[in-house]
Design a protein around this ligand. Sequence first.
Ligand SMILES: [Zn+2]
Ligand SMILES: [Zn+2]
Length: 356
Amino acid sequence: MEGQMKVIIKAEAGEGAELSEMKIPQIGPKDVLVKVLATSICGTDYHIYSWDEWSKKRIKPPYVMGHEFAGEVIEIGKDVTAIKVGDIISAETHIVCGVCDLCTTGNAHICKDTAILGVDTNGTYAEYVAIPESNAWKNPKGIDPAYLAVQEPLGNAVHTVMAGEIIGKTIAVVGCGPIGIMAVAVAKAVSAAKVIAIEVNEYRLDLAGKLGADILINPLEEDPVKRILEETNGLGVDVVAEMSGNALAIQQALKYIKLGGRMSLLGIPTKEVSIDLANDVVFKGITMQGIVGRKMYDTWFQVKGLIESGNLNLEPIITHRLPMEDFKEGFELMKQGNCGKVVLYPNNEILDNFRK
Ligand SMILES: [Zn+2]
Ligand SMILES: [Zn+2]
């Protein structure tokens, strides 16, 4: 398709981003061109916007930001077979090689040759985006595109919570940003016995409560180790979903995790974290596991099933819907932390439809 489109561009190394225009992308034989219906702001986008240490090393401006989205396919490459014009899709954002030993053994989410949509390639804060057919996830029709857009981070939450036994278990979700609150919702939906949410921001802690967390702990106000041991007859929690990346929070979690428990870590510490391996890991017989991305595509099927089950309450997760032009307001919300998911709409008609 020819023509110009509206985009949010990370124009240069430094803080911020700007509204701009560029050519609608051309697609290759195995790509699809998608009209973006809704695209949500990820923590990663906020890191890039604020130009933190990680971004300085990883991001090569100028490029179009954004990766969480839902859109309608409007053009397909000549070798595309599974996706049709008119399909409503979202995307697995890890673009992997498909041929290495990890990709061919069901571990594509840790492929060494991964490029990330909207990080290493032009992304979805745009009216149109081109993606490989192999990354397109076909959605059922008639679902709010905002819900479809957040499937990608929801997949992170599902991957973390479901990385081991969870039914009937007590779980602490440490850090209730958007993925943390989704982890609370997922744990409730799959029948965890008790969900404990730990978060320093009151707005987000309150949101965790709305999504069904049984116990809310603000670690700035009370000692989470003491409180959790009290709440669990001195035993501690079976599962820790670590979403904060905060060193102290991780050290505390190792004190209130039950003997033989599981700690699944998705949060990214900015530097090395010192832990008492002998006493807190070895002698407690716990399992610590790193969680990255979503299993391709096992996690996506779990996400789809959870949405279809009707057990997952997504509405409170999406706290703000804005025209794409108002992205700076969205990033300001992310900075303050007084939000769940912020969804941007490149097309105002779609947003207006929703508001009606
Ligand atoms: Zn994301
Ligand atoms: Zn690979």
